[in-house]
Design a binder for this molecule. Structure first.
Ligand code: GDP
Length: 701
């Protein structure tokens, strides 16, 4: 029947990993006892190894869930003994001093202010010398609170033990033989929850410290009867050990020697002595306890399973997913979205964007060189005069146009146009990253952005140099044919009309703000008189006739007439007005017969000429940006996703990634829960077929 306990221990671990609710708990053996009662010595004797933390200063601060798994010898060879901390992922530990050290570290990691924690340490030990058992080692009861242990610690330990000694667990109450059983905190605690002693085994340690007749009396259990009885042990660590024997073996032999030496006292068949007997007793008790909980647990698991299956059907229509499939889907989605977005970066789109930037620049150049020039109206007069020969125009205008053209071509077009497109690409990646499901994966998204930036960083320098190089000829000469001229002129007309529209808008806003056009006119004439006065004052000051105080008073009085904000508005309105009149003048020229006449009129129609230059710059830049930046980016980025975002992840990271998405996490969790419960149910059913007495009770499959 070994099989039953073994399977149920497996089932117990599995159920614990599903949830820790009491309903699903199978019995385990809980070890309680006061400090120094010999609790650790007993546990180590059962395991056959020294592995528990040692030290004077309360070394067990967390419960240790100790699962012993019997690994049978194969082909006469004993299997390797090892321990495992499933939660830590340290793998198999064959060195038991390493296990001891790990346990010590885990216990000491509990902060001193907390002293004990109820978060259990899961430790599994595999050995051919251990039986299949689950034992829970708890912090020892303390009798007297000492200086460095907080007053509340006693209560804390008691309530922790209280939690574990509930049904259906079996209580292993450890008491030292040399201390009156009446004073044993372990027995007192067990009596509270198990008054008849139906699930308590007494372990009396240090039997060697009392006279054997007294020892036999204790074990008989007459004074404090326990249904499961007392087992007397001697687990004293040996003073010296032989070269070929382990500590445990020496201790075990010493125990046997002790009890056989006192045979006449302990021979009675009703008395239980030695660790061996204890071990067998524990196996029997656990097994029968497990067997009796089998029916209840089977029903409980069946109910849980039906609920999980129902939910899985209703919520997910039985659709199974895996972390891997989610990652693959996410990457596919990413690539698809990327591809969809890249259509914004075809050559015509890029060219239009660049043209927009250059048009802006053309307007700046015009403002700087023409609109602020008082002679510019002359240009319109010349354009309107049919007698003027294009090649006879004053060289002033030739220099002006050359300056404007070179201002435009030498304004760092290579770098700026490359950066403009690179910025667009960054925005594209950002907008993908800002959408579902990437919002759930901040770390992956961050990496995605990093890769894209790395590609851009690598290409920007090369691209802008290349573009700059290719537009170089335009810095010296720009050839314009009549088709290009006509396109440039039309575009310039549109640009001017747009600009005029903007000025008009601004004027309208100001008019509204100050309260109508009449009010604005008043304001403007007021500002004009102010400016007039200002000029006169300056003139007087230059002559040295001005009295400082007098002028101050005058200006204060004036300033009260209109609020300063409105004065400022009026000044803006005047500027817009001036701008409008020059734009109107130039627009008329651009539409005139002269400008329509072709590229030889470039000096008289600089706007059309600059527009053509901007067109050429945009065309050339777009072409080289496409080759040097976009092609590379569109080729490399999807590959970076594959090689760095996907294949870089190990199994654990893939699961972690998938679980970042709450929808996926819930789906996976329910699916796992259902799978585990199905597995548990399968095992429970296999037990039922093993045990005919349980079979009729087991629910239908
Ligand atoms: P714990 O604090 O309850 O875990 O107790 P330990 O197992 O650390 O034992 C406390 C002390 O009692 C140690 O010094 C052990 O060597 C000693 N001890 C344990 N078992 C026996 C025993 O059977 N006989 C004797 N004489 N000493 C023992």
């Amino acid at each position: 029947l070994m099989h039953l306990t073994r399977t149920l221990i497996e089932i117990r671990s599995m159920l614990l990993s599903i949830d820790k609710s009491d309903a699903l708990k199978l019995p385990s053996i809980v070890v309680i006892g006061s400090q120094s009662s010999g609790k650790s010595s007993v546990l180590e004797a059962i395991v056959g190894h020294e592995f528990l933390p040692k030290g004077s200063n309360m070394v067990t601060r967390r419960p240790i869930e100790l699962t012993l798994i019997h690994t049978p010898a194969r082909d006469g060879k004993e299997a390797v003994e090892y321990g495992e901390f499933p939660a830590l992922g340290l793998g198999k530990i064959t060195d038991f001093t390493q296990i001891q050290k790990t346990l010590t570290d885990l216990n000491l990691a509990v902060p001193a202010t907390e002293a004990v924690s109820d978060d259990p340490i899961d430790l599994r030990i595999y050995s051919s010398r251990v039986p299949d058992l689950t034992l829970i080692d708890l912090p020892g009861y303390i009798q007297i609170a000492s200086m460095d242990q907080p007053e509340s610690l006693k209560d804390k330990i008691s309530s922790l033990c209280e939690k574990y000694i509930r049904e259906p667990n079996i209580i292993l109450a450890v008491c030292a033989a040399d201390v009156d059983l009446a004073n044993s905190p372990a027995l007192r605690a067990s009596r509270r929850v198990d008054p008849l002693g139906l699930r308590t085994i007494g372990v009396v340690t240090k039997m060697d410290l009392i006279p054997p007749d007294q020892g036999a009396l204790i074990l008989s259990g007459n004074r404090y009867p326990l249904h499961l009885g007392y087992v007397g042990v001697v687990c004293k660590p040996p003073g010296k050990k032989g070269r070929t024997e382990s500590t445990a073996q020496v201790a075990q032999r010493a125990e046997h020697e002790y009890f056989s030496a006192n045979r006449e006292y302990y021979n009675s068949s009703s008395l239980m002595t030695t660790t061996d007997t204890l071990r067998k007793r524990l196996m029997d008790v656990l097994e029968s306890s497990m067997a009796s909980s089998l029916h209840g647990i089977t029903n409980a698991v069946q109910l849980e399973l039906e609920e999980a299956q129902y939910q899985f059907k209703v919520q997910y229509n039985d659709r199974r997913i895996s972390a891997e499939s989610y990652v693959a889907e996410t990457v596919d989605l990413l690539k698809a979205r990327f591809k969809e977005f890249t259509t914004q970066f075809r050559k015509p789109q890029v060219r239009a964007k660049l043209k927009e930037m250059l048009d802006e620049r053309v307007m700046d150049v015009l403002e700087q060189l023409y609109w602020s020039d008082r002679r510019t109206p002359e240009l319109s007069d010349l354009a309107a005069d049919p007698k003027v020969k294009p090649d006879a125009v004053e060289s002033y205008w030739r220099y002006k146009l050359e300056a404007a053209s070179s201002l435009l071509t030498k304004s760092g077009v290579g770098r700026d146009s490359t950066l403009l497109v690179a910025d667009g690409l960054r925005g594209l990646i950002d907008s993908i990253a800002a959408g579902e499901p990437f919002t759930h994966h901040p770390r992956a998204t961050e990496r995605l952005i990093e890769y894209s930036h790395a590609i851009l960083r690598e290409r920007i320098g090369i691209t802008s140099d290349q573009v700059e190089n290719c537009i170089k000829p335009y810095k010296y000469e720009v050839e314009v044919d009549s088709r290009e001229w006509e396109i440039g002129r039309t575009e310039a007309v549109q640009l001017f009309e747009k600009e005029m529209g903007l000025c008009e808008e601004k004027l309208k806003d100001i008019r509204k703000k100050v309260g109508g056009s009449r009010r604005l006119n008043n304001l403007v004439s007021y500002v004009k008189t102010l400016e007039e006065k200002e000029r006169e004052k300056k003139a007087r000051m230059l002559k040295g006739t001005e009295d400082a105080t007098e002028s101050n008073e005058a200006s204060t009085v004036d300033d009260y007439r209109y609020p300063p904000a409105h004065v400022l508005d009026a000044r803006h309105a005047m500027l817009y007005g001036e701008r409008m009149s020059i734009l109107k003048l130039r627009l008329a020229s651009l539409k005139s017969k002269r400008c329509r006449g072709g590229p030889e009129n470039d000096l008289l129609c600089p706007e059309a000429f600059l527009s053509v230059v901007a067109d050429k710059l945009a065309y050339t830049s777009a072409m080289f940006i496409n080759i040097e930046l976009l092609d590379h980016f569109f080729y490399q980025f999807p590959r970076e996703i594959d090689s760095r975002l996907l294949y870089d992840l190990d199994r654990r990271e893939i699961v972690e990634f998938a679980r970042e998405n709450p929808t996926i996490r819930r789906h996976l969790e329910l699916q796992e829960r259902k799978d585990k419960l199905e597995e548990v149910m399968k095992q429970l059913n296999s037990l039922a077929t093993l045990r005919p007495d349980v079979k009729q009770q087991a629910p239908r499959r």
